[in-house]
Design a protein around this ligand. Sequence first.
Ligand SMILES: [Zn+2]
Ligand SMILES: [Zn+2]
Length: 137
Amino acid sequence: MSSSAGTSFYQFQYCDLCKLSHKQRKKKHVYSKRHQLTLKNTLLKLTEKVKIAKLSLGCPDIQSFGWEAGARVWCYFCQCEVPKHQARQDCTIANASFIHHLAHVDHAKKMHAFFWENWIPAGQKVDFFISREDAVR
Ligand SMILES: [Zn+2]
Ligand SMILES: [Zn+2]
């Protein structure tokens, strides 16, 4: 096994949120101005999307078939693209797929990890997921 000679004392770390490599210790970077600003904007954008999605809970927003086909939402917690609407045989239910994702166990797990890593007050969590009971309605 060859040891990686020349590796500097500080390892570069990549921050998914800021989309940059940095040499700071993780905690120090999380507290940096740049990261905090990115974090704030990211959460704000996501909150808006979740808010809109939550509006259709209990009263599904039915659109015509093929409406906004292929629309996706980027989930910052899961680092993946989530389909936004749910296509049915003859119609599209707006935000249904996104709501389904927000209610998923894995999403909740990743969200908890994200909040933990970024030192966000737990009280804000409620804005980013939907309980199963609400999603089924
Ligand atoms: Zn960062
Ligand atoms: Zn997610």
